[in-house]
Design a binder for this molecule. Structure first.
Ligand SMILES: [Zn+2]
Length: 309
C-alpha cells in the first residue's frame, strides 16, 4: 500500500479530507515522519446501555481532539435520536451503520443464525436511511454484527445488497483464522474477487473487548488459535484492570508500527467499556499513548478515502 506523500497529505488536509487533529503529526522541519499506522478509535454502538457510555466516551474524545467512528444500530439511534444527534454531531466523528436491529448477515459459530434475505435487505438499507435522516450526514460504512474470519468473501448476495444500498465500505473482517480471537492486523482490501472491486473491506483488529473482559458472560470458550499467531497478544487470564486491557492493545500498535501496517483499530462496545471501566481510564491511557507516538488519527471514512485516492 503506497504511503501518502507530504504534498498529497497537505492537499487532502486542505480539502478537509483529514481532520485538523492529525496535522501536528507532521514534523516542522519537513523530515519524513513515521506517520503509520493511522489509529482509528471505533465503537459498535448497539444497546440501550450505550447512550450513557457514549456521553462519557465523547467527553474523552473532545479532551484529546481524537477522531472516532461510531457504528450504530438503527434502532438504538431511533430510541434516542436527539441525544445521539447532540453527542455525535461533531467534525471529529463519523457515524456509520451497525445494521438496523443487529441481525446477522451471515451465520457465525457463536451467534444466532443469519436473518432471512428480506431481513438482510432491511438491516442494510434501513440503518443507512435512519442515520442519514437523523444525523443529516451521509452514512458510507457498514460494520456487520459479530463479524467474520473472512469478512464477506464468497457472499455475493450480501455484497450486492451493500453495494445497492450505496455504502463505500464494510467492516466485517473482525476475527482471526477459524473464528479465533484476536483478529489479526489485516490491512484493507477490496472485493474484486467476488465481482465488487469498488467495495472495500476495512477490518477491525485485536480482541472484541467484551470477550477480553468476559463482559459477554460466555464463560470459558474455545476462542484462541493453536498454535497462536500472536501469542504475545493472548493474556493467560481475563483482563481485570483498565491498564491490563490497555497493555493488550498496545501489543497490536507496537506490531503495526514494526510491520508498517496501514492502520490499527480495535473492536470496542460502549456498553461493555462502561461496565468494565466506568471512568474510561483505558481510553485515557490509549489516547495519551497514541498522542505520545505522534501517529496519525482518523476515522474509517478517512481511511477509505486514503486507500481509494
Ligand atoms: Zn455488535
Amino acid at each position: 500500500m503506497k504511503q501518502i506523500s507530504r504534498r498529497h497529505f497537505m492537499e487532502a488536509a486542505a480539502a478537509g479530507a483529514l481532520s485538523a487533529s492529525v496535522l501536528p503529526a507532521l514534523s516542522e522541519a519537513g523530515e519524513k515522519p513515521n506517520k503509520k499506522p493511522l489509529y482509528i478509535a471505533a465503537y459498535d454502538t448497539e444497546a440501550a446501555e450505550c447512550l450513557a457510555a457514549v456521553a462519557k466516551i465523547v467527553d474523552v474524545h473532545k479532551r484529546y481532539e481524537m477522531p472516532a467512528t461510531f457504528f450504530i444500530v438503527g434502532k438504538t439511534l431511533l430510541a434516542n435520536p436527539g441525544e445521539y444527534r447532540r453527542l455525535l454531531t461533531n467534525p471529529l466523528f463519523e457515524v456509520a451503520s451497525h445494521t438496523y436491529t443487529h441481525g446477522l448477515l451471515r451465520d457465525h459459530p457463536f451467534g444466532p443464525p443469519a436473518v432471512s434475505d428480506e431481513e438482510k435487505r432491511n438491516e442494510i438499507f434501513k440503518s443507512k436511511t435512519v442515520i442519514e435522516n437523523i444525523l443529516r450526514q451521509r452514512c458510507t460504512g457498514l460494520r456487520t454484527p459479530y463479524g467474520y474470519d473472512n469478512g464477506l468473501k464468497g457472499d455475493p448476495k450480501v455484497l450486492g445488497l451493500v453495494k445497492e444500498a450505496g455504502y463505500d465500505y464494510v467492516s466485517s473482517l473482525l476475527w482471526g483464522p477459524d473464528c479465533s480471537q484476536p483478529a489479526l492486523l489485516a490491512d484493507p482490501f477490496n472485493y474484486a474477487a467476488d465481482g465488487f472491486g469498488e467495495l472495500w473491506e476495512l477490518p477491525g483488529h485485536g480482541w472484541h473487548e467484551n470477550l477480553l473482559t468476559t463482559n459477554n458472560g460466555w464463560g470459558p470458550r474455545r476462542l484462541t488459535l493453536w498454535p497462536p499467531i500472536m501469542p504475545e497478544a493472548i493474556p493467560d487470564k481475563r483482563v481485570s484492570t483498565p491498564r491490563e486491557e490497555f497493555e493488550v492493545y498496545k501489543v497490536f500498535i507496537e506490531k503495526a508500527r514494526r510491520d508498517g501496517n496501514l492502520f490499527v483499530s480495535f473492536i470496542w462496545h460502549p456498553w461493555s467499556l462502561n461496565k468494565f471501566d466506568p471512568e474510561m481510564k483505558m481510553l485515557d491511557l490509549m489516547f495519551d499513548y497514541v498522542r505520545g507516538l505522534g501517529i496519525e488519527t482518523g476515522t474509517y471514512g478517512q481511511l477509505y478515502r486514503r486507500v481509494t485516492a
